[in-house]
Design a protein around this ligand. Structure first.
Ligand SMILES: C[C@](O)(CO)[C@H](O)COP(=O)(O)OP(=O)(O)OC[C@H]1O[C@@H](n2ccc(N)nc2=O)[C@H](O)[C@@H]1O
Ligand SMILES: Nc1ncnc2c1ncn2[C@@H]1O[C@H](COP(=O)(O)OP(=O)(O)OP(=O)(O)O)[C@@H](O)[C@H]1O
Length: 293
């Protein structure tokens, strides 16, 4: 028996830092949005309790350190199930990009094994477990549009926005999320109120409103380390792109695309700077128990 599902990437429509927490993390408020861009996860049942992992990206370690493997192991430990699985990850989401690639693979494995092992856990229970793997994992269990608070692990689904086209630019280097938060702690400044404004924009269901309120407190930090990217963002804004922002801790930039001409022009300029991906925003994920077998 096996199950195959899509594990979508995310972007941050806002990323507002509220302060430092006693546990060393940052208190945040973020409006998150899933994308159609996704990895494919296949889990095949094993009756001997063993967990195996394989993946197709040469820069990722497909061993016990991988978030997908750790997700399977944690679910097995906590649920007490005696079953195992062979897990196959087909990666399309760029790595260390600010698109939650590892987190969504972990969430995808939790969704798949919840069904394959007949655990019938609720989404909330899976999210509580997922938070032990990483702050972005709970959102990756929901998809669609959502407000994330706490250290990012408290999720409130929002009304789904209509799907919208996007262009992504992933430069040929990655960044470390921990390092970017560390730099923010020393020199960052927050644009307070951005998330409240975005929540109002999301409620209108109008992407023009959303574009006007895109904001990310980590963007200034990562763009200071990557002046080439800062220039590309500024050029896109000057050329009339209504919404261009860095996702998460970066370095991926996304642009909301309104028409074919804008798409062609921006893609041509961005192609010289890295990998350009055309995608769309995504819809909420199926509830546990409703995954396709
Ligand atoms: C940048 C974002 O991707 C935006 O969605 C997330 O805030 C980060 O989510 P993530 O990669 O799942 O992060 P985690 O694996 O939980 O944490 C990685 C590191 O980032 C820093 N970190 C993360 C989340 C947070 N709210 N405050 C932090 O300071 C911590 O140093 C932590 O050691
Ligand atoms: N399944 C996985 N897919 C990709 N990277 C993984 C995975 N498991 C562990 N990693 C490691 O995690 C690190 C961060 O990669 P990832 O693609 O998750 O970053 P990210 O998109 O910036 O994450 P986030 O947006 O959640 O901060 C890399 O060093 C990578 O080797």
């Amino acid at each position: 028996m096996e199950i195959t599902l899509l594990a979508p990437a995310k972007i941050n429509l806002t990323l507002e830092i509220k302060g430092r927490r006693p546990d060393g993390y940052h208190e945040v408020a973020m409006v998150m949005q899933s994308l159609e861009l996704a990895d494919t996860i296949t889990c095949r049942l094993r009756s001997d309790g063993k967990i195996f992992l394989e993946g197709n990206h040469p820069e990722v370690a497909w061993n016990e350190t991988n978030l997908a493997w750790r997700a399977a192991w944690l679910l097995q430990e906590v649920s007490g199930v005696k079953l195992g699985a062979e897990i196959l990850v087909e990666k399309r989401i760029p790595v260390a990009a600010g698109l939650a690639g590892g987190s969504t693979d972990a969430a995808g494995v939790l969704r798949a094994l919840n069904q394959l092992w007949n655990l019938n856990w609720s989404r909330e229970k899976l999210a509580e477990l997922g938070a032990r793997l990483g702050s972005d994992v709970p959102f990756c269990l929901y998809g669609g549009t959502a407000l994330a608070t706490g250290r990012g692990e408290q999720i409130q689904p929002l009304p789904a926005l209509p799907q919208h086209s996007l262009l992504l630019l992933k430069p040929p280097y990655g960044v470390s999320t921990a390092e970017i938060y560390g730099l923010y702690a020393r020199m960052g400044r927050s644009q307070q109120g951005q998330t409240e404004r975005m929540l109002a924009a999301v409620r209108t269901g109008n992407w023009q409103e959303v574009a006007r309120h895109l904001a990310n407190d980590l963007e200034q930090i990562t763009l200071a380390l990557a002046p080439d990217l800062k220039e590309l963002k500024e050029a896109a804004c000057r050329a009339g792109c209504p919404g261009v922002l860095m996702s998460g801790s970066g370095p991926t930039l996304f642009a909301l695309i309104n028409d074919e001409a804008q798409d062609q022009e921006l893609a041509q300029r961005w192609q010289e700077a890295g990998q350009v991906i055309r995608t769309k925003t995504g819809l909420p994920l199926p509830l546990p128990g409703e995954e396709q077998m």
